[in-house]
Ligand binder design. Structure first.
Ligand SMILES: [Zn+2]
Length: 412
């Protein structure tokens, strides 16, 4: 590395360590920020000579990154931004901290994917899904798909690992020379009814020869490609047709899909599924998500739901047990809560439902419209007291999740 990059790396590490020592989180954002101030090309310098996988999409990228890093661990130490710092400052910090590891798996905010591909020249880019995020800030889904498509066209050597079930992902990657398709399912369909290629309607159904997850455009040739990695029962089928039982410590079909993606990514580095699968079980929680905490005889499990698609996924992961929903609308959440009406809360009918958070009343109205009975509680402790001993599922959006995590002493 050039001298300037070496100095920047060293200062970046020190700044991150100081920030950690001061109890200000893991320091990766400030460390990366300072490093990039000293050497604006630092990310590129740190990426040079490493085999890198980038993981992007609206939902599931933190978990999938963690699973893929675990799978790649078969080959040795893997650099990764495990605290969800998914912009270039976080990537810079992760690589600076990792030293000379030859492999890296980096979670990338979907808005930054183009820039991070430019700077890191990855071997693999995994594209998970695209759906509406916080309403008052996210780019439109079709615009994001176009950005991805353009970025991939400019980097034909990148190997894409893409979700065959999401028409937006397929359209973004379909012209790429090297693609591996996986099927992780798509619960949220409302951002992909219109073909991004020709504007015609997209149809889905089980009538076709290929099963219930088939989709096709009614006006052009865009249709679901045949996936090489598929979730089947409680396991994953690899491209050779071999089925692997996947035992995870993470709940839900959604995470089996994330596991399939991680295995597909690892395979691009020469890691065989049979070697990678046992390592996936080492992932227990991801930045507090899925963490289980005992509190006064209740087993509390934390699920993060930050946009409509991830609320549907959280309902899939949560057991049929008392459930606390918490919604805030602070800056990181977006101020607009009209997305509540995009989510069908009816899967919660019949469960004891508690609600809290800054915008509990918005949630109350939504639940009433959806005919879901609920009780309002002021605090997390009140929710605990209102729940019988046993399991309590907690589903919260971003800052609400952080609030509850802080109450539980920042569980990992
Ligand atoms: Zn079309």
């Amino acid at each position: 590395m050039p001298l300037r990059a070496k100095v920047a790396t060293s200062v970046s590490r020190t700044a991150a360590a100081l920030s950690r020592a001061a109890g200000r989180g893991d320091g990766s954002v400030i460390g990366g920020w300072i490093g990039l101030k000293i050497d604006p090309d630092l990310l590129g310098h740190l990426a040079a000579g490493r085999a890198i996988a980038l993981v992007s999409g609206t939902n599931g990228k933190t978990t999938t990154t963690r699973l893929a890093a675990a799978a790649l661990g078969v080959l040795g130490p893997v650099a990764t931004n495990s605290f969800g710092a998914n912009m270039p400052t976080g990537h810079t910090s992760a690589l600076a901290k990792a030293g000379a590891t030859p492999f890296a798996v980096l979670e990338v905010d979907e808005h930054y994917l183009t820039r991070v591909i430019e700077e890191t020249t990855p071997r693999v880019v995994a594209l998970l899904n695209l759906s509406r995020d916080q309403l008052d800030r996210a780019k439109e889904v079709a615009m994001m798909a176009q950005l991805w498509r353009t970025a991939l066209a400019a980097h034909p050597d990148v190997h894409v690992v893409g979700n065959a079930d999401d028409p937006m992902v397929v359209w973004a990657a379909i012209n790429t020379a090297h693609v591996t398709w996986f099927s992780a399912g798509q619960r949220w369909l409302d951002d992909s009814w219109v073909c991004p290629e020709c504007g015609s309607a997209i149809e889905r159904g089980s009538a076709s020869e290929r099963g219930p997850s088939e989709w096709w455009c009614t006006g052009c040739t865009l249709r679901r490609p045949r996936p090489q990695w598929v979730v089947e029962d409680d396991g994953v089928v690899d491209p050779n047709g071999d089925w692997h039982l996947v035992k995870l410590q993470l709940p839900g079909q959604v995470n089996l899909g994330n596991a399939a993606t991680a295995l597909a990514v690892a395979a691009e580095f020469g890691v065989r599924a049979i070697e990678a699968v046992p390592r996936l079980a080492s992932v227990t929680s991801v930045a507090g998500r899925y963490a289980q905490v005992e509190r006064d005889g209740r087993t509390v499990r934390l699920l993060l739901a930050k946009n409509p698609a991830s609320w549907l996924e959280a309902f899939d992961m949560a057991e049929d047990a008392p459930t606390l929903l918490s919604v805030n609308a602070r800056d990181p959440d977006g101020f607009d809560t009209s997305w509540l009406y995009d989510v069908d809360f009816s899967p919660l009918r019949g469960r004891p439902v508690l609600i809290t958070g800054d915008r509990a009343y918005d949630l109350a109205v939504r639940l009433e419209v959806n005919d879901v009975a609920f009780r309002h509680v002021q605090t997390f402790d009140e929710a605990i007291r209102a729940t019988p001993p046993g399991r309590l599922e907690v589903i919260a959006n971003y800052t609400a999740f952080q609030d509850i995590r802080a109450e539980l002493d920042r569980v990992n």
